[in-house]
Design a protein around this ligand. Structure first.
Ligand SMILES: [Zn+2]
Length: 99
């Protein structure tokens, strides 16, 4: 697994970074965070996405947007109600409770 922080600053001053719609995002085994601080705080959440990718393989890249689409069609929030996001939030909450 590879973690990349786009900036080492807690509050990056690059205008481009502020326009990105995420603080951290995972592609397979690569986790990209805007800052090292973001990576640290979102590590458990993003690592769950890595495990999801390991479980689903390349189908994850179809299943994730399909889950968003399914939630959107049902009138739910495509991000917050996406089953993979719900699972990642639960995993992160459990990791926090165990710490
Ligand atoms: Zn997520």
């Amino acid at each position: 697994m590879l973690e990349i922080a786009l900036s080492q600053q807690v509050k990056p001053d690059f205008r481009l970074l502020h326009r990105l719609p995420f603080c951290a995002i995972t592609f397979g085994h690569v986790v990209i965070g805007l800052t090292a601080h973001n990576l640290e705080h979102l590590r458990a959440h993003e690592h769950e996405h890595v495990r999801q990718y390991e479980r689903w393989g390349l189908f994850f890249f179809l299943a994730y947007p399909a889950s968003s689409l399914y939630q959107w069609v049902r009138g739910n929030n495509p991000y917050w109600d996406n089953r993979f996001e719900v699972q990642a939030r639960l995993s992160a909450a459990n990791a926090k409770n165990e710490a």
